[in-house]
Write a protein that binds this ligand. Structure first.
Ligand SMILES: Cc1ncc(COP(=O)(O)O)c(C=O)c1O
Length: 368
């Protein structure tokens, strides 16, 4: 049985006519940039989060970068980031010329360990940038407490956790400005690149709208040195259609995750993902930790099961960051996770029999 890592058919095929109609309306509208669909999507996405404002931008990386810029973070400033994250989180900090300061993750959630943040705070620390990896919220109550104590800004990277909850509050609503990505594979994915920020501040919202559009509030009048990073009008129209299904897709992700738990719980060799008591997971990815990970990956591949590693090299060991002079061993938890983690296929449309087949092969690999 073939099990691809990702397939969009179950999400997209039933919506195909709506997508085509949306394209036709877009074409006929004669209005292709920052039109009504962007506005409508921003309103709906903000409403979904129960937050005042959303502003669409071109990508998740741009959302992070613009958030940092608007919070005036720049040269000589330090930003606390998790040592286990996708590179975009760290790149955004570099773009504003600030220094990324890595903090190790918790073993149980793979997210930044709030207990280890305080020891990394210096006089130059300006912000904490927690990432809700794999679909689970970082421990935002504790992170917000540290931020308050030291008067730091908080920017959430919510690219991987659309609809996740921490203490009944949605991720993407805790920080001063929160960034997200609608890269196609995300829980809410566009059919191309797209991103957004959410905020409860009217001032930040107005600034993002200005910065994303050449620093201009009034056409051809430029107040700041802005950027071109607008949410594409067509992507907004498609995202509006998909947003209506996000909760149902997240529920399906949870149902599929449960199947994995049921079928793998007897295997003492592997660590299954754990959810903090006050979190609701949305399983952007189903990440296990396992011995002989690369061999397992090869074995599954031979059985037509695709898996991925998120991520094989932590940011501090990437060649792009060799100038920071980190060595192997500097962030041992992130490094261990990079060596042991494996993402199994999980997406709406994956069938129960496909999951059972994946689990059967994992069981066979570990000889039980
Ligand atoms: C945690 C995280 N942050 C940021 C990004 C960047 O988003 P984008 O690819 O839309 O720039 C991604 C995904 O790609 C991500 O997974």
């Amino acid at each position: 049985m073939r099990v691809p890592f990702l397939n969009f058919d179950a999400q997209h095929q039933p919506l195909k006519n709506q997508f085509l109609n949306a394209f036709e309306a877009f074409l006929d509208s004669n209005y292709y940039v920052l039109g009504n669909k962007v506005k409508e999507f921003e309103e709906e996405y903000a409403k979904f989060h129960n937050i005042n404002y959303c502003a669409g931008v071109a990508s998740g990386l741009d959302a992070l970068y613009l958030a940092l810029r608007i919070l005036n973070i720049g040269k000589n400033d330090e930003v606390i980031v998790p040592s286990n994250t996708y590179i975009a989180t760290v790149l955004a900090v570099s773009y504003v010329q600030a220094k990324p300061v890595f903090v190790e993750p918790e073993f149980i959630t793979y997210n930044i360990d709030p207990q280890k943040i305080e020891e990394k705070i210096t006089a130059n620390t300006k912000a904490i940038l927690p990432v809700h990896l794999y679909g689970q919220a970082a421990n935002m109550s504790e992170i917000m407490n540290v931020a308050k104590k030291y008067n730091l800004m908080v920017i959430e990277d919510n690219a991987q956790a659309h609809g996740a909850l921490h203490s009944h509050q949605m991720t993407g609503t805790f920080g001063h400005i929160n960034a997200t990505s609608f890269y196609p594979s995300k829980n809410l994915g566009a059919l191309g690149d797209a991103g957004a920020i959410t905020t409860s501040s009217n001032d930040y919202y107005e600034q993002i709208k200005m910065y994303r559009n050449y620093g201009s509030k009034v056409r051809y009048y430029n107040d700041v040195i802005g950027y071109n990073s607008r949410l594409d009008e067509l992507q907004a129209a498609l995202l509006l259609i998909k947003l209506k299904h996000l909760q149902e897709w997240n529920q399906e992700r949870n149902r599929l995750a449960k199947k994995y738990f049921e079928n793998l719980k007897n295997l003492s060799d592997i660590h299954l993902p754990q959810t903090l008591e006050n979190n609701t997971h949305v399983y952007h990815l189903f990440v296990i930790r396992c011995p002989k990970r690369n061999e397992l990956m090869d074995f599954l591949k031979k059985n037509e099961i695709d898996t991925l590693i998120h991520y094989p090299v932590p940011p501090h060991l990437q060649r792009a960051y060799q100038h920071l002079n980190f060595q192997k061993g500097d962030f041992p938890i992130a490094e261990q996770l990079a060596d042991e983690m494996l993402s199994l296929p999980l997406y709406p449309g994956l069938s129960d029999s496909q999951i059972e087949y994946v689990c059967e092969k994992i069981q066979a690999y570990y000889g039980s």
